[in-house]
Write a protein that binds this ligand. Structure first.
Ligand SMILES: C[S@@+](CC[C@H](N)C(=O)[O-])C[C@H]1O[C@@H](n2cnc3c(N)ncnc32)[C@H](O)[C@@H]1O
Length: 398
């Protein structure tokens, strides 16, 4: 069994140098250290997540005089734990004057936004270019840990019943008024609950929960979820449609659809059919067939940096440009699956207009009056405290 401190240094290295997924790295090391107490697991997860989030800033604080704890990532963990109330024995090896020095340096660095918010320079430039004065607030709020929100599975329960169930299990929760969402008001491992085992809820950010209702689905409709992934929105569709009608879940990644099927079984969903997109034929066969189409498009994920801080170090301007191309190809090819009179929602978890309203405007120009924009929404992390999302509902009129 490794110490929390040492293991955190190693895990951080895997995330920032080997580009491994943060959540997977955290789960892997927790599983390897079965004898850790629950508090050790909690501290480990927080340290790895937060040192990933603040990677650039912590590197700026590091200098050659800093005492050596092992590898560079161990030193970064030491700096982080020194500045926060963790109290590891290793921290006692840090001379007092160093703690002061770190604090002074931290204050000096607050003049540079990219360093202060711990993001690459190119991302700060892009964000400011696209969002102007709104950018500093948005990126600041995206550095706060995401609240845990649950979506009630209406196929199994209702929001009041679920809330009572969770309270009886000892969780601290609150219903978000007039919604099917429940906020966890005190951090806890909700996946250990009996309610989760029974499929009574899914964990889903509150902004993300607004996408499916925006599509105005009704029981009995034929709905295509074109970028279904492992089914976060598909399960929500089935829940709102009360398992009536048909949902066709498409994706180019067949392994994600396998996970979707597993989640559907657990959630009691019975009206979903999955189809891997193998060629344009898959789309052609579905032409003019859907009352509703959901395009939850692949995107930069800049609206969900709260929960995926590791993506700051993986994203590049080139892959965002590539994603914009894919978004246009999807819009251009997939609209034909909607019946005349039907609707689609184009949604992303990005806050960049170039992935959002500008893509929709481009699509409308291409379509020459075939579609009209009914409504669009920008959910801002700084205004809501939840993830950043964009959604536009378009109606096919010809
Ligand atoms: C934002 S994720 C979808 C998340 C999912 N809807 C959910 O709520 O859990 C985007 C998905 O688009 C898929 N994708 C990428 N390119 C695609 C394409 N050309 N056609 C359809 N799906 C695509 C990706 O595999 C990924 O699962």
């Amino acid at each position: 069994m490794g110490s929390v401190f040492e293991t955190a240094g190693r895990a951080l290295g895997e995330v920032v140098y080997q580009n491994r997924n943060l959540d997977q790295v955290i789960s892997y090391w927790i599983a390897q250290n079965k004898l850790w107490e629950p508090f050790d697991k909690y501290q480990f997860a927080v340290i790895v997540e937060e040192t990933t989030r603040w990677w650039r800033l912590l590197n700026e604080l590091h200098d050659s005089e800093f005492p050596k704890f092992g590898s560079h990532t161990h030193n970064i963990v030491a700096i982080y734990t020194t500045l926060t109330p963790f109290g590891f024995p290793e921290e006692r090896k840090i001379p007092k004057h160093f703690k002061k020095k770190l604090q002074n340096k931290l204050n000096q660095l607050s003049n540079n936004r990219a360093i202060k918010e711990s993001i690459p320079d190119w991302l700060d430039e892009l964000g400011f270019k696209e969002l102007g004065e709104k950018w500093p607030k948005e990126i600041h709020s995206l550095n706060h840990k995401a609240p845990i929100v649950l979506r009630t599975n209406l196929l199994k329960t209702n929001v009041q019943e679920l809330n009572n169930f969770l309270k009886r299990e000892g969780y601290k929760t609150k219903i978000i008024p007039n919604t099917h969402a429940i906020l966890l008001t005190e951090s806890a491992n909700i996946f250990k609950s009996e309610a989760f085992k029974l499929g009574m809820f899914e964990q889903q950010d509150f902004s993300s929960q607004q996408v499916v209702p925006f599509l105005n689905v009704e029981p009995g409709m034929r709905v295509i979820d074109a970028c279904a992934g492992n089914g976060g929105k598909t399960l929500h569709l089935a829940s709102l449609m009360n398992n009536q009608g048909r949902i066709i879940a498409l994706d180019t990644a067949p392994w994600k659809l396998e996970e979707l099927k597993r989640r559907s079984r657990k959630a009691g969903v019975t009206n979903v059919e999955t189809k891997a997109i193998e060629s344009t034929k898959t789309i052609k066969r579905l032409q003019d067939s859907a009352d509703r189409l959901l395009i939850d498009a692949p995107c930069s994920g800049l609206g969900v940096l709260k929960r995926n801080p590791d993506s700051k170090w993986r994203l590049t301007p080139e892959n965002i440009a590539e994603l914009r191309k894919t978004q246009r190809q999807i819009l251009e090819k997939y609209w034909s699956m909607i019946k005349v009179g039907g609707c689609m929602v184009y949604a992303t978890c990005s806050i960049l207009p170039s992935e959002n309203e500008e893509q929709v405007k481009w699509f409308l120009d291409q379509m020459n009056g075939r579609f009209v924009l009914e409504e669009e929404k920008n959910l801002s992390p700084s205004q809501t405290g939840f993830d950043g999302f964009y959604m536009a509902r378009l109606k096919r009129i010809d």
